[in-house]
Every structure is written in structure tokens, then in C-alpha cells.
Design a protein around this ligand. Structure first.
Ligand SMILES: *Cc1c(COP(=O)(O)O)cnc(C)c1O
Length: 411
């Protein structure tokens, strides 16, 4: 089932409003030059949503190219080990390119073609969104330029190689902290001078209206499938649903189809890093304040002067100082509970899942697994917790081994 062909949204799902607001959050804080491109994107998206041809093409790609629906898997040995509730994994790690990001990039590549544009730009931190964008561009014959901080290029070189093999140009960003947020700034700057021919494929539910809504809708295939699979495999909806939150796209896609079912508790897990001090974590919903970052009003990590703080997480995909505005809205309304999981707990959960189930999870996803394991241990065996396994861990294996060695040599 595709989210946009699903029934009309309920009251609790009926955000954003026409100006892109989720309550007070969201909106559009951009220079005049981008207003036209954002309006054009919104018009193209509204037309596409109501066009059965667009939906059929996207559904076909999701089935035959991505490999959807992704399985809902009962992790029996992990559940037994935790000694409480049943843990179910939504296997986004089994998608083509190894994570949920392809759900969004294919949708936006289709929109690019619909707008008659031939060039795509994207930002990437860990490189996962860069690879998913380069993949979609290769599939549709679109020119692709990916902005990436020079520090991230060094840390994530296998993904850089993949992007180049897929025909993308990777442009190093050497300003600021040389990481994801600087790459977004450069991509925005490119877009201001190239909007006629170029679409900017944003990688999460962040940025100015209408990006948070579009990315959420494309990712909602995760939650829609999960609802149906739960009814079929458990005979009912789950008691709790857990997902990790970086920019917030896998979580938004997982949660959105459940927000109108109050008995299903929703839990977002941010990167708690090394501790609660600024610079030691990437948890804006837990420790930050509302502010403007990358064209949108949402929780953000900023210092007393309103400057965006540096952030830290062991997983590059969660290492972002902001979060999508819909999450800020869900926090404010109390619909979703947000918590954190630190570096070490994520590493431990990575091991537990590998050894009990034979699955290497992405370090990002391992944050959600860690919280799910703690939660399950406190719940009775008849309860069911579904966790979004947002991606696979092959990309992280070498880094985890390196961290182990450096810890071992210190002790
Ligand atoms: C990019 C990434 C994330 C974080 O991004 P969200 O937009 O918060 O989903 C999480 N897991 C994996 C595997 C990723 O690649």
C-alpha cells in the first residue's frame, strides 16, 4: 500500500498546514530565489500524489528494484535473551543499497523527471544518502552531484568509491566543521544558482516546506507495511514501535501511519553519544531548543549566541545538530516519546543482535535496538515491540573493529 493512495489522513495526521507548519514548527526560512523552486516542487508533488501513473511507477520500482515489502521478522532468540516482550524487526536493511534511504531518493528522482529537470544535487554525511541518490540518478539517467564534508569523505571512503562508480560527482566541502551541516549549506548555495535545471534531493525529513512532508510520505511505506504485516503475523497492532532519530526520516516513515492509533506507543531514540554536555551527543529533541536550521524551525543544538553546536555520535548517520519539524511537533503534543542511547549501549546492541540473530545492524539502527532491548526486558511476554532496523551494518564493521582495538590497547 502506498501512503499517498491510502485513505484520507485523520485529524492527527493532517499536518503540515498549507504554509508547511506542524503546529509552530517547520515553515520555510529561505532566500527569495528558492521560493519559486519550492513552490514548483510542491505543485509537482501535489499533482503526482493524485496521479495513478506516478503511483504505479513508484510502486513498481519499490517492488522490483528495492525488493519491497521488507520483511517483518520475529527476533525470537533476542526476545528470549531479553526475557520480556516479543521483539520484531522491520527489515529496511534488506532494501537495495542497504537502508531505508532508497525509498525517498526514488520518489524524488521521479519528481525530478516530472519537473523536466535533468540534474540532481544532494548532501551526504555518512554517504548513505549519497549512494542512494547516485543509485536513483543512475537508474533515471540524471546528472548527479553530491556535496560531502572533506572530513566525512575521509571517514566514509567506501561510500565515496560507490558514488563515483555509480556515475556521481562527489564535491568535497572544506568549510566549517567539514561535515554534514556544511555540506547542506553548500548544496543550498548550488541550488540557488541552478534551480532552473536542478532538483535538490534532501535526505531526511528536514529543510524548508515541502521537504519534510514529501520525505515523510515517501518513507511512510515503512509504517504502512508494518501495520499490515502486524495484522497478518500477530493478528493485531503492536504495543510499541521504536526507531532511531537522526534527521528523523526512518522514524517519521515508521510512526506516521500509527499516529492516529493512540494505543500504539511510539518511541524515538536519539544519539546520546558520550554524555549530556553540548558537543558530546546529537540529541536536539532531548537537550536542544527550538531554532532555525536549514530553512526550518525545529529543535536544534545551539550555544548561548544561537550558533549551531558541534555534535557527536559514534554513528555518522545520526551526527546532525537538527531534527525534522514533525518530530518537534510530536514531542510538543506528547504523541511520541523521545529518549537517548549512548555510543557504548549501541555497540553492545550491535553485538547482541549479531550473535543472537545473525544480523549485522547499522550503528544508527543499533541505537534503536539497544533501547528496544531495555524496554522489552521490562514488559510482559505477550507484548510486541516493533523496531525499525533502518540499515545494515557492513559499512560499520571496520570502524567497530577499529574502536575495539583502540579500547583494547588502552586497557
Ligand atoms: C541515514 C540513516 C539514518 C538516519 O537518518 P534518519 O533520517 O533519521 O532516518 C538511520 N539509519 C540508517 C541506516 C541511515 O543510513
Amino acid at each position: 500500500m502506498n501512503p499517498s493512495t491510502a485513505s484520507e489522513p485523520t485529524a492527527s495526521q493532517n499536518v503540515p498546514d498549507a504554509s508547511g507548519r506542524f503546529g509552530p514548527f517547520g515553515g520555510r526560512y529561505v532566500p527569495e530565489t528558492l521560493t519559486y523552486a519550492l513552490d514548483q516542487l510542491l505543485a509537482a508533488y501535489d499533482a503526482a500524489r493524485n496521479d495513478p501513473t506516478f503511483q504505479a511507477e513508484l510502486d513498481g520500482l519499490l517492488t522490483h528494484y528495492v525488493g519491497r515489502p521488507s520483511p517483518l521478522y520475529h527476533a525470537q532468540r533476542l526476545s528470549q535473551q531479553c526475557g520480556g516482550a516479543q521483539i520484531w524487526l522491520k527489515r529496511e536493511d534488506l532494501n537495495h543499497t542497504g537502508a531505508h534511504k532508497i525509498n525517498n531518493t526514488l520518489g524524488q528522482a521521479l519528481l525530478t523527471r516530472r519537473m523536466g529537470k535533468s540534474r540532481v544535487i544532494a548532501e551526504t554525511g555518512a554517504g548513505q544518502h549519497g549512494v542512494a541518490t547516485a543509485t536513483a540518478c543512475a537508474r533515471f539517467g540524471l546528472e548527479c552531484v553530491v556535496y560531502m564534508g572533506s572530513e566525512d569523505i575521509r571517514r566514509q571512503s567506501p561510500n565515496v568509491t560507490s558514488m563515483r562508480m555509480l556515475g556521481a560527482e562527489v564535491r568535497p566541502v572544506t568549510t566549517g566543521s567539514r561535515t554534514l551541516r556544511d555540506a547542506i549549506n553548500d548544496a543550498m548555495r548550488d541550488w540557488m544558482s541552478s534551480v532552473e535545471s536542478t532538483h535538490y534531493i534532501i535526505g531526511s525529513v528536514v529543510g524548508p516546506h515541502p521537504f519534510p512532508r514529501i520525505v515523510r510520505d515517501f518513507q511512510s511505506v515503512i509504517g504502512c507495511e508494518t501495520r499490515e504485516q502486524c495484522l497478518r503475523q500477530l493478528g493485531r497492532l503492536p504495543d510499541r514501535v521504536v526507531a532511531c532519530v537522526g534527521g528523523g526520516s526512518n522514524a517519521a516513515g515508521m510512526f506516521y501511519p500509527f499516529v492516529d492509533v493512540p494505543q500504539v506507543k511510539l518511541i524515538g531514540v536519539e544519539a546520546g553519544g558520550r554524555g549530556s554536555q553540548p558537543g558530546d551527543h546529537a540529541s536536539p529533541l532531548t537537550y536542544g531548543d527550538p531554532g532555525i536550521l536549514h530553512g526550518s524551525y525545529s529543535y536544534v543544538m545551539q550555544d548561548a549566541d544561537g550558533q549551531t553546536c558541534d555534535v557527536h555520535s559514534i554513528s555518522a548517520g545520526l551526527d546532525y545538530p537538527g531534527v525534522g519539524p514533525e518530530h518537534s511537533y510530536w514531542k510538543a503534543t506528547g504523541r511520541v516519546q523521545y529518549t537517548t542511547c549512548g555510543d557504548q549501549a549501541a555497540l553492545d546492541a550491535f553485538d547482541s543482535l549479531a550473535r543472537s540473530e545473525g544480523i549485522l545492524a547499522a550503528l544508527e539502527s543499533s541505537h534503536a535496538i539497544a533501547h528496544t532491548m531495555q524496554l522489552a526486558a521490562q514488559l510482559p511476554p505477550h507484548e510486541a515491540v516493533v523496531v525499525c532496523l533502518s540499515g545494515r551494518g557492513d559499512k560499520d564493521a571496520a570502524e567497530i573493529a577499529r574502536l575495539r582495538d583502540s579500547i583494547a590497547s588502552r586497557t
